[in-house]
Design a protein around this ligand. Structure first.
Ligand SMILES: [Zn+2]
Length: 223
């Protein structure tokens, strides 16, 4: 079902509430107090009443919506978006697998090269689980090749000369220190990326998720 069919099938709150009731009936309702599975439906209270102990359970109780006052339709839209995009997430996994024999990451074949630059400030005493750096500006740029001149030109154009630059390791970065205050390059494994280049990592993950949530693949000209 695409989003248009969805809008036609679930045009309003009442339709969504009825559908939700139907789904709950199919799943069955279990009494939280006595575990009885037999209930009356009280239409005027919009609640189930346990046949054994008379405990009442709202339509939303014991579901993800139990603490929510949002309309059913909001939840339906959210769930629709989640399930409708699932296909493309799974599809992408198989694509990744197909590409496995090829090199991955930088220098991998058939992939568009995107230069990701993040301006960040080191945080003093970062809270546990929080990133050690605070981000301000982010820039992503599709580049044609990874040659030293291309990279250097872009960094010169987009990065201030007073900056302390942290990068992963590449022979294409050898001239960067001539244009910035300092340059730290280190070999960064996939696992280390969130620590060494936290915002580059986050930006890439978010961009990927956003694109793959909507599209199966994107041609380089649309990046
Ligand atoms: Zn009961």
């Amino acid at each position: 079902m695409n989003i248009l069919d969805f809008a036609i099938n679930y045009p309003d709150e009442e339709t969504c509430r009825k559908k939700f009731k139907q789904l709950r009936d199919q799943m069955g309702v279990t009494c939280r107090r006595c575990n009885c599975k037999e209930h009356y439906w009280l239409e005027n209270k919009q609640a189930y009443e346990c046949k054994r102990c008379q405990a009442r359970h709202t339509l939303r109780s014991s579901t993800v919506m139990r603490h929510s006052n949002l309309p059913y339709r909001y939840w339906f839209v959210a769930m629709h978006l989640l399930t409708a995009t699932k296909g493309s997430f799974f599809a992408e996994i198989s694509v990744e697998e197909k590409e496995k024999p090829l090199k991955r990451g930088r220098g991998s074949q058939k992939k568009t090269k995107v230069l990701v630059m993040a301006e960040s400030k080191t945080v003093e005493n970062p809270k546990p689980g929080k990133k050690p750096k605070k981000v301000r500006y982010l820039k992503m740029k599709v580049i044609n090749e990874l040659k030293t001149d291309t990279i250097t030109k872009n960094v010169k154009e987009h990065v201030e000369s007073a900056a302390d630059l942290t990068t992963d390791d590449s022979t294409s970065y050898t001239k960067l220190k001539e244009h910035v205050h300092s340059h730290t390059a280190s070999v960064v494994t996939h696992e280390e990326l969130p620590n060494v280049l936290p915002w580059v990592h986050t930006a890439i993950s978010n961009a990927k998720l956003q694109i793959l949530g909507v599209y199966y693949k994107v041609k380089p000209e649309y990046l």
